[in-house]
Design a protein around this ligand. Structure first.
Ligand code: 2AM
Length: 175
């Protein structure tokens, strides 16, 4: 067994929202726009950790468990396309302070514990399509779903037979 795993902290989407976003995506983008992320994988990354040893994961999970903060609601009213990584995403025009604080804290804790963080500013997003390297016509609006964030999770990313799945290892409620 390898003693390191590919991990990240993220905000889950409720099943109903995963299904709704997935159904809407099928109507909003042509098949050639990119590869749809599996509905069950739709999430918002808070801090990407990379390949992490079990020991380091324990330390980071313990630090995450000490975070005390209220929940928040995120309005999913923004869409964008990043051609370089080939990502079409769903996001928010007004990121709640709680979301930004949580991501900043998790990213700082990760960096201090040997998980280097991107120098790019945190831009909260839910990846809808991958492999979107050509221009994409974005719909003018989104359905504007509200995401009530009640907890955040530590995920493991596993790729088996070419399929990537994100597994929740631990989760922590907001207060
Ligand atoms: P993405 O959706 O924008 O590609 C699991 O791989 C999650 O971690 C994905 O949501 C992915 O973001 C994010 N991720 C993967 N590699 C990353 C990296 N090098 N830096 C920041 N986030 C990354």
């Amino acid at each position: 067994m390898p003693d390191s795993r590919r991990l990240f902290f993220g905000l889950p989407l409720p099943d109903a929202l995963q299904q709704a976003a997935s159904a809407w995506r099928a109507t909003a983008f042509p098949a050639e726009a990119g590869r749809p992320v599996a509905a069950a994988n739709l999430h918002l990354t808070l801090a990407f950790l990379g390949e992490v040893s079990d020991r380091k994961a324990e330390v980071l999970a313990a630090l995450a468990g000490n975070i005390v903060q209220p929940g928040f609601t995120l309005t999913l009213d923004d869409l964008g396309h990043w051609p370089r990584p080939g990502v079409v995403w769903l996001g928010t025009r007004r990121a709640p302070r709680g979301l930004l604080q949580l991501a900043a804290l998790l990213r700082a804790q990760a960096a201090r514990n040997g998980c280097p963080q991107s120098t790019q500013p945190f831009h909260p997003h839910i990846t809808l399509l991958r492999g979107a390297v050509h221009p994409v016509a974005l719909p003018p609006t989104t359905p504007g779903w509200a995401l009530d964030a009640t907890h955040f999770c530590l995920y493991e990313s596993r790729t088996e037979r070419g399929r990537t799945r994100y597994h929740v290892l631990q989760s922590w409620p907001f207060t």
